[in-house]
Structures are given as C-alpha cells and as structure tokens.
Design a protein around this ligand. Structure first.
Ligand code: UD1
Length: 366
C-alpha cells in the first residue's frame, strides 16, 4: 500500500519521522514524503530532516510564505500534480498547519483516503488559523488518530462515527522518546554560560501575540522581568524577529543583560535546552506537550489550549493574556519550587506510530 506523508512546517517533521520509520519496519507499506516547503529556511526545515533521519523528500513543492490563502492555494495546485504522478493509496497528514488542510482537501477531492494524525484537538477559538485547519481536516478525513481523550469527545460532539476514530497516543512524543538519549549527549550549556535547571527558555511566534506592537511590548516587558531573576535563552522565530525589527523593539532586547537571543534551534538542541530548563515560556502548541512529558513547568500564552491534558495532568499553565504581572507571579512561585509536579498522559509512551501502522494494516492489508 502506497502512502504519501505530507510535511510542511517545522512542527510536522518530528511527527512524520516515527511514522515513516514504522511504515518501513512493517513491510506492507510504501511510504513517501512530500514536503510542501511552507517552511524553507535551513534552520526551520533542513536541520530537522538531518537530525530526525528522514530521507530527502520525494517531492519538494517549494511554496514558501505569503498570505494564508496564497500559501494554501499554492500547496493545493502543486499537490494535485503529485497525486496524479504518484497515484497513492492514501494521503497521511499531521497536525494543523496550512499544508495539512491543503493536502487533505486535494486528496479528498481525488477520492483518496485521508488519514489525519493528531486529530480531534479543538481550542474553541476560530480566530486561530490552526483551529480552522483542524476542523476542516477532520471533517475531510477517513481515519482520525487522536492523542488525548478530549479529542475523542470533540469528534463525538461533531458526529464523527466512532469506527473512524482511534486513540493512539502522541507521535511527537515518539520522536522525543527516541531522540532524548542523543539530545542528552549534547553539551550546549557551558558555551551559553548557564547551568542545568537554572535558566528560562522562551519561544514566541503566534500571530495573535507577535503581529502587533502591544503584544511585542508585553513580551519585551516579560523578558525584562524575567532576566532580573534568571538567564533567559530566547530562540527567535523568523516571524517574531521581523516584527521586533519592524516596531523598533529588537534594540531594547539587544541591550538586556542575561538574555541570549538565539537563532531557531535544531530538534536535538531544542530538546536538550527544554530538558535542562527551570521553566519554559511559550505560545507554541507542541511545546506544551513536550514539557508535560519532560515534567518541566511551562507557561503558555494563549487564550485557550487545544491540548487540555497538558494543563489537567501535565506541567502546563495557561496564561490568558500577555500580562507581565501574572507571568511574574507564576515565575516566582515556580522558581520557589512550588510548580505542579505533573503526570505523563496515557499512551504517550513512544509507541503511537506503531499503533497507527497496526490499525492501518488491519484496515487495508487485512
Ligand atoms: C506555522 C503554522 C503554525 C506553527 C508554526 C511553527 C500555519 C497556519 N501556521 O506558522 O501552526 O505553529 O508554523 O513555526 O500553518 N518564514 C521564514 N522561514 C521559514 C519559514 C517561515 O522566514 O523557513 C517566515 C515566512 O516567510 C513568514 C513567517 O515566517 O513571513 C511565517 O511563516 P508561516 O509558514 O506563514 O507561518 P508560521 O508563523 O511559521
């Protein structure tokens, strides 16, 4: 059975890597990788292929940036040609980026089975581009693979038939478990002048936080408050960097002591920095899950989370606005040793991709 696996943006690569490996180990599948090129910088893309031991993509569509509509439309036009050349038996998409929806839609129109991994997550906030991508991709999908119990409830509420839905765990955690020993063997902290569990790691890239001046000013204030207590490592996403420059705020950050502004990190480097952090401040989706697995406290700047298990069971705290005072209070509580301890959610055990491949083998190979 021939499966095309779609990757587009940074958070997709670590989800497809364990699936591609599991398809190969099974033997009954031919697994090919299509990279849409939504993310294209070496540091946002190539380094992940190398470190995750993914083969060079069989197809690279080179769509690049642009408005959501432009990006989605370009992926659709290019992917349609891939389908007619490859004639796969199914298309597998992961997560919730624009490439996920674009390829799911083209495949569904070609009457090909769509397999969605990381299905069923809902933030309830339709202003998030990812929420629209999730809802639409799920409604186009033939089989939906879910990471946490909330996903099952969401899909039931949307009347998705039970026999299409499988709770399998989290493929991103598969990669984390697989690569943690390698990440542990790195020795990055001395060169940065920080000791294990003594620094704060920060990432910010969500348009709702970084596309306007007020949000960026709050972020700068949060950094200022934090460097008063701890060293801060801040790998900067291209979107955030260009907006900080646009609003003239980059120089304020450059002037701060105890702050290391860094380029986007590779997968192994970032795992290493996460595992050794005292605290992580982020607005990412996936980092909420990775910190829960690693039991590192995480402050997430979002109005809502589509991954509620990270707050209910894990080490994640949802901070609903970019209020520097609230962050400061949490920071002090956590640094005083009073963070919640957290538990690893059920089935986040490194075996999710294997479960998905078993389900597909049962469905398609008999
Ligand atoms: C996308 C995803 C988001 C995910 C994030 C991870 C959607 C709707 N959003 O957001 O869910 O959390 O990826 O990073 O799909 N850029 C570069 N180099 C790159 C990639 C992007 O310079 O390699 C620039 C683009 O030109 C653009 C900006 O960064 O100006 C944003 O890229 P884009 O792919 O539109 O969305 P992200 O914000 O990265």
């Amino acid at each position: 059975m021939k499966i095309l696996n779609v990757v587009g943006a940074r958070p997709n690569f670590m989800k497809v890597a364990p699936l591609h490996r599991a398809f190969g180990q099974h033997g009954g599948f031919e697994s090919k990788i299509v990279h849409t090129g939504q993310h294209y910088d070496a540091r946002m893309s190539d380094v992940f292929f190398e470190q995750l031991e993914l083969p060079r993509p069989h197809y690279f569509l080179g769509v690049g940036g642009g408005s959501h509509t432009q990006q989605t439309a370009r992926v659709m036009l290019e992917f349609e040609q891939v389908l007619s050349a490859e004639k796969p038996d199914a298309v597998l998409v992961v997560g919730d980026v624009n490439s996920t929806l674009a390829c799911a839609l083209v495949a569904a129109k070609e009457h090909l089975p769509v397999l969605h991994v990381e299905a069923g997550l809902r933030s309830g906030d339709r202003r998030m581009p990812e929420e629209l991508n999730r809802i639409l991709t799920d409604s186009l999908s033939d089989y939906l693979f879910v990471t946490e119990a909330a996903g099952l409830e969401n899909l039931k509420r949307e009347s998705v038939p039970d026999q299409k839905v499988f709770l399998v765990g989290n493929v991103m955690i598969d990669s984390l478990v697989y690569y943690l020993p390698k990440a542990r063997s790195l020795n990055l902290l001395p060169a940065l002048g920080v000791a294990p569990h003594s620094y704060v790691l920060m990432t910010m890239h969500r348009p709702a936080n970084v596309d306007h001046e007020a949000g960026l000013r709050s972020i700068v204030q949060i950094v200022k408050n934090t460097v008063a207590h701890k060293q801060v490592l801040f790998p900067i996403h291209p979107r955030t960097l260009s907006n900080l420059e646009k609003f003239g705020l980059k120089t304020e950050l450059d002037a701060l002591p105890n702050l290391h502004l860094m380029e986007p990190q590779g997968y192994l480097e970032f795992l290493h920095l996460m595992e050794n952090a005292a605290l992580i401040i982020t607005d990412s989706g996936g980092i909420q899950e990775e910190t829960t697995y690693l039991k590192v406290p995480c402050l997430t700047f979002r109005d809502s989370t589509e991954r509620p298990v990270t707050v209910e069971l894990g080490t994640n705290y949802l901070l609903r606005d970019l209020d520097p005072t609230t962050v400061h209070e949490h920071l002090l509580t956590i640094l005083a040793g009073n963070a919640k301890k957290g538990e690893v959610p059920p089935l986040w055990d490194g075996q999710a991709a294997g479960r998905i491949v078993e389900v597909l083998a049962g469905l398609y190979l008999g």
